[in-house]
Design a protein around this ligand. Sequence first.
Ligand code: CDM
Ligand code: ATP
Length: 293
Amino acid sequence: MSPTRVRVPAKVNLHLGVGGLRPDGFHELVTVFHAVGLHDVVTVQVADAMGVRVSGPAAAGVPTGSDNLVWRAAELLASRCRAGSPVRVEIAKQIPVAGGMAGGSADAAAALLGCARLWGADPVVLPELAAELGSDVAFGLVGGTALGTGRGELLEPLPTTGELHWVLVPAEFGIAAGDAYRELDRLRAEGAVPPPALDVTGLRAALVSGRPDEVAAALHNDLEPACLSLAPALHAVLAAGRKAGALAGIVSGSGPTCAFLCADEPAARRVAADLPRATVARGPVPGATVLGR
Ligand SMILES: C[C@](O)(CO)[C@H](O)COP(=O)(O)OP(=O)(O)OC[C@H]1O[C@@H](n2ccc(N)nc2=O)[C@H](O)[C@@H]1O
Ligand SMILES: Nc1ncnc2c1ncn2[C@@H]1O[C@H](COP(=O)(O)OP(=O)(O)OP(=O)(O)O)[C@@H](O)[C@H]1O
């Protein structure tokens, strides 16, 4: 049987409002996910035994055993649909690892879709399985721009007008999502940060307007003070992007990647030229998509 290739995007949180800590150890979120054109490609094919191979510019440090989320995704789908031969999963990795852009989650979403295709499983089960794998995995399946509630897995597509042009600046280190949330709880206990920002009315209107300046003014991340506390070097990255001409800059999700919104594509190219390691990307883009052979 021929391999199935799935392309899957990274995400930026245009808004990340973090509510209280729930008894299950997760925080209640009001977030706006936005898929951007920086992709991993995940290929699944029937094999004698499960295996994972990772290549590409962001491959360093990605696990190749059963702790890779794609392995867990394949096993979960196989057990749920009581089918599934062993698969070899190859990840061509461009999304920065532990960068706050949901790279591992994206790969898991792609593996679910690819294995469902390969095994003839009904894709209707995928969103529920995605939510079991991680808070960001469900969004990887749908992409676009979406409101996320619960712990991030309850999704409602949001209407947008036009395209947004981003400059993405990955760091040379990672931040584990759990560490960022714990640091936020610590700062909150000290009274050192503003209360949770759980209203996205302004952002929703800005997205419909299609005006990047309005979207820029509405960007917000409750986790940003925690990321800056864990990695103070990010202050300088944010300042450099704004100085280079971005409309606004935010830490993406749990960081440390910084995302800068620009007025248009030429502006994004100019800003990227001024910042080390920067890439340009546009959004929104579709979620996990099976590619032709
Ligand atoms: C920061 C975000 O990327 C924003 O979209 C996500 O909230 C993180 O999503 P993720 O990496 O898929 O996170 P998970 O693998 O589900 O959880 C990792 C850890 O992050 C913390 N976590 C995650 C999601 C959430 N709503 N509250 C949390 O407190 C928990 O400590 C959890 O153990
Ligand atoms: N396919 C994968 N790609 C990257 N990391 C993976 C993968 N599978 C498991 N991991 C592990 O997950 C950790 C977090 O990686 P990931 O790139 O998903 O973080 P992230 O982009 O910050 O996630 P999020 O934005 O969802 O919080 C890595 O340090 C790595 O050990």
